[in-house]
Design a protein around this ligand. Structure first.
Ligand code: AMP
Length: 642
């Protein structure tokens, strides 16, 4: 008998999950399913993401609802749209062979009309984010008076995101006798309080010890000088040719800069942060899931709830402010029984934080050495060799070309041909890593971070400044919005009266862009964009980091505009150098001193160049400027100063 049958799950459902590759229950499923199937208990499950908790509550729910009755019987609340979609899709998949089971996902950032229509059609299981759920309840568009089960998934995250009040309001519309099942990766006081408030004598289940990281994850840290951080990070990436990773930064600006720098250096990377519209986030996530992106650079808030299988590495480009976030970050790898590596790149002064994290997760970090240039080149070479060896040959298609190819190579020996193929990639890495310095910081380097000059190593330089006399600005629109250089330039010129010559390099990215303007016009340009919306979205312009022209190198001491939450568990003590937006609260967290900085790290050279694509300045609602077309491509060329 299938082990899921033995737990009490009917065959129609078991057959569906077998198709999903579920052979046997995960530990949390094994323990929770029998308890939840009884339908008579409140329940608290302390479990990390990736442990199989969706099925742990989803399968019992499907057993417990009455599909002949077409009204809401189960409500699953979760913190993010991504998680909401994941859970509803998972439950739909489990229910694939059942008739009349209706699951509706209710989340913000999508058309409410469709969701209302789906609800009206009849639904037994509602999966929702709190904000949109409350909105729908306020419209009296759903009736929860017969809800029997409420699941609070990732309860700690929902509280972190400030959903307490919404949850209270939503739960007040459900019957008192319902059963509440709460899942949380961590159990801070606030989550305990919810459990006490809404539950009677809940059965508790802890998978692993409190806050303990997943056993499938190995933790490593690298000590580097702050100035070498980006170079070290890139080495680590290069040393892992098959990496499919999520890189965590502390602020959205740092996130953007790292992504930008990586793209320039030829990596498949993009950023995910709270400034993106839902549509932009979806596009980035789609590309990541499809593996068109190899590296996703994310803030903690934006990456919450992401469930992408087979993430090989989580890289903490900057350590999180709160210890618990380390657990959330690292939990993005090592999912569903796979192994994963969580890496922290730190400076000497941060080693105490590693010790604190070790205590919290109950696991030791390994101190690793940044690979030498030679190590990287060798690793890449053999990755290429293996790739060539294992590549699937499409005999049918390639056959027709073989005689000509043989002809081309007729004068070369087998050895020569192999050498040439290998050199194709190898030369690039040899070039990049020629004279590559040792990036491991030794104890002697303490406090000497800022003394270094530029190194000769190609592509490994730290941040660089903007053109002299210009200031670099960030705009939250990019190529995925069909927003072009011409659009941008046309708009600036037409609305500020400044000439195209005063606009410097324009660097269009996927979901955001950077452009330079002469420093004296910064305010004018920023003001000109204030009343603007693009497809109904506010357009935001910000001065980007240390953008004032002429500055060269150097670590930015603070990056503003971070997505900050304040809660307990931050690093205690330490000098604060943060600028705007960095509102950490300390308390209950890492002890010890240590200067805190948020490092920039991205090379902010913008490539500019490229021809402006013309096409008028469209879609800034009601402000179409048809004359922008011609002039934009015109000034696009004038704009190029170098
Ligand atoms: P979750 O913790 O629910 O986010 O699940 C993490 C991942 O594990 C998802 O991709 C699930 O599809 C997968 N999963 C859940 N249960 C099992 C199982 N029993 N066997 C194999 N994979 C599973």
């Amino acid at each position: 008998m299938n082990p899921f049958n033995e737990l009490g799950i009917r065959s129609d459902i078991v057959n569906a999950i077998i198709e999903l590759g579920f052979e046997k229950p995960t530990p949390i499923q094994e323990s929770a399913i029998p308890v939840l199937l009884s339908g008579s208990n409140d329940f608290v499950g302390l479990a990390q993401t990736g442990t199989g908790k969706t099925a742990a509550f989803g399968l019992p729910l499907l057993e417990l609802i009455d599909s002949d009755k077409n009204f809401p019987q189960a409500l699953i609340l979760c913190p993010t749209r991504e998680l909401c979609l994941q859970i509803s899709n998972d439950v739909k998949n489990y229910a694939k062979n059942l008739s009349n089971v209706n699951v509706v996902a209710v989340y913000g950032g999508a058309n409410i009309v469709n969701q209302l229509r789906d609800i009206k059609r009849g639904v037994q299981i509602v999966v929702a984010t709190p904000g949109r759920m409350k909105d729908i309840l306020n419209r009296k568009a759903i009736d929860f008076s017969q809800v029997k089960y409420v699941v609070l998934d990732e309860a700690d995250e929902m509280l972190n995101m400030g959903f307490q009040e919404d949850i209270d309001d939503i739960l007040s519309t459900t019957p008192k006798e319902k059963k509440t099942w709460l899942f949380s990766a961590t159990m801070p006081r606030e989550v305990r309080a919810i459990a006490q408030k809404y539950m009677t004598d809940p059965k508790e289940l802890t998978m692993g010890t409190k806050n303990t990281g997943n056993v499938n994850i190995e933790h490593e840290y690298y000590i580097v000088k702050a100035r070498d951080k980006y170079a070290a990070f890139k080495r680590i990436v290069d040393y892992n040719p098959e990496i499919f990773g999520i890189v965590f930064c502390r602020t959205k600006i740092e996130t953007q800069e790292i992504a930008e720098h990586l793209v320039k250096d030829g990596y498949n990377a993009d950023s995910l942060h709270g400034d993106l519209s839902q549509q932009q986030r979806d596009k980035v996530m789609k590309r990541y899931r499809e593996r068109s992106l190899q590296l996703l650079i994310a803030t903690d808030v934006a990456a919450r709830g992401i469930d992408v299988n087979d993430v090989t590495h989580v890289i903490n480009y900057s350590l999180p402010d709160e210890i618990e976030n380390y657990t959330h970050r690292s939990g993005r790898t090592g999912r569903a029984g796979k192994t994963g590596i969580s890496i922290a790149i730190i400076n000497q002064k941060e080693t105490h934080k590693i010790r604190q994290i070790e205590k919290t997760i109950g696991k030791q970090f390994t101190k690793a050495e940044i690979p030498t240039g030679f190590d990287v080149v060798e690793k890449q070479l053999f990755a290429l060799v293996h790739k060539v060896h294992n590549v699937e040959v499409n005999e049918k298609q390639i056959d027709q070309y073989i005689p000509r190819i043989m002809d081309e190579f007729a004068d070369l020996s087998k050895e020569d041909i192999i050498k040439r193929f290998a050199s194709l990639e190898f030369n690039r890495f040899l070039d990049d890593y020629k004279n590559a310095p040792d990036l491991n910081a030794s104890a002697d380097d303490r406090g000497r971070d800022s003394d270094r000059g530029e190194r000769g190593e190609r592509g490994e330089r730290g941040p660089r400044g903007t053109s002299a006399g210009f200031t670099r600005l960030f705009i939250n629109l990019g190529a995925v919005d069909d927003f072009t250089r011409g659009d941008l330039l046309g708009y600036i010129c037409n609305n500020t009266g400044i000439s195209g010559r005063s606009v410097g390099k324009i660097d269009m990215k996927g979901v955001f862009s950077f452009f330079e303007v002469e420093t004296e016009f910064v305010e004018k340009v920023t003001e000109a964009f204030k009343p603007i919306d693009f497809h109904g979205r506010d357009v935001r312009i910000e001065v980007s980091g240390d953008a004032t022209g002429g500055s060269e190198g150097g670590e930015r001491r603070s990056s503003g505009g971070g997505e900050r939450r304040s809660s307990g568990g931050g690093y205690g003590g330490g000098e604060r150098r943060s600028g705007g937006g960095d509102r950490r609260s300390s308390g209950g967290g890492y002890g010890g001193g240590g200067e805190r900085r948020s490092s920039g790290g991205g090379d902010r050279r913008s490539s500019g160049g490229g021809s402006s694509s013309g096409g008028g300045f469209r879609d800034f609602s009601g402000k179409r400027k048809d004359d922008g077309g011609g002039s934009s491509s015109d000034s696009g060329n004038r704009r190029r100063r170098s």
